[in-house]
Design a protein around this ligand. Sequence first.
Ligand code: NAD
Length: 422
Amino acid sequence: MNDPYKNAVKQLERVSEILRLDKSSLDRLKVPDKFLEVNFTVKMDDGSVRTFKGFRSQHNNARGPYKGGIRFSTEVSESEVKALSMWMSWKCAIADIPLGGGKGGVIAETKDLSEGELERISRAYVRAIHEIIGPDKDIPAPDMYTTPEIMSWMVDEFIKIKNEECKVNSCECKKNDLIATFTGKPVENGGSEGRTEATGLGGIYILERLAEKEGLKPAETTVAVQGSGNVGYYFARLASELGFKVITLSDSKSAIINKEGLDIEDATKYKESKGSFAGYTNAQGISNAELLELAVDVLVPGAIENVITDENAQNIKAKYIIEMANGPITPEADEVLNKKGIIVVPDVLANSGGVTVSYFEWLQNRAGEKWEKDDVFAKLKGKIVSAFDQSWDAMKEFKTDMRMGAYILAVKKVVDAMKEIK
Ligand code: NAD
């Protein structure tokens, strides 16, 4: 069983050797600043009362307020949330946004919940963690199985709590500031234009830059995408619009392949109407395991973590991997892939488009501004391409892989910030 937090610590230890990091900084970065476990009760539709467990991990805020999504999933665990919060510290540093690393989660199966139950869980979770979040403290966002609508409920609950506190303490709450406590909100409720597709689009800027560096021509470049959620869908759709040959899509139950290139819109409509890709006639069915081992140019794990492990790493035939999901490759598998000469663009860089536009949302909320979508995308492209180039250059300079290149930049920035505030 892979332990995400142990994996995150192993990656940090590797980079600390290269950077010759002092022991006290390493020890500090191995553990989150704060980890909160909460248990809360929610009234279900059938009248019963159920207890849910949730977490919020605040890894490091030397560079700015903690930032990171909230996951609703039965897979949520202390280890997963801690690892994801550490990865957020690196991601914000690589993306060069003045934020730190945080992450949250609730152990829940969203498929089994009604909308009312989901709303009550969201609000109860906010009541449980409200003391440690805020626009200058910790800024949550959506993640797996949480949505802009869920952010609306959460921000509404947070504002209610703060207004109550303000009545008691006779202080003044600024709505602009409070609304900036959550990002990934619907556009009509303070969200940023372009946030929905930001992560997938960020990955596309990476794909384009990689293609430029390595001389890949879109029409001759095959791409296998795992997943078809927010990240997988936008990545696949936009890559295909640019002329790349996207040959696979998948979900938790099914995967499909069309070696000539999939019609992403058509396949997605089919999945939406049938609930899975199974039976889609314009492609053949394969398994998620087979998808990962295809002889493609670019493999894009865009669903869940730990899908490439020491058990299947040797069988991976892609020339490049763009990690759009968080933590899809274990450290042991990473070593195997590096030895095979596969270039892996790490998650902390590849999927940083989401947090970058979240940061833009926070800025817009604080300033009471609304940016045009084109403006958001232009700013995003500037940040992602610069982060890619710096990580690529660090990879060459330190004669290492791209993950270490990105981590070297990130960890150094966080350690420098920690020293400044001592
Ligand atoms: P999502 O909930 O929209 O989609 C998840 C996808 O994974 C779905 O297609 C689902 O069917 C698939 N899936 C679930 N279990 C699977 C399994 N066992 N095998 C194969 N596929 C499986 O989530 P998302 O927002 O697309 O996030 C996907 C990944 O990207 C996650 O690791 C998330 O942390 C990461 N990420 C997301 C964002 C964002 O802005 N949404 C930002 C950064 C990173």
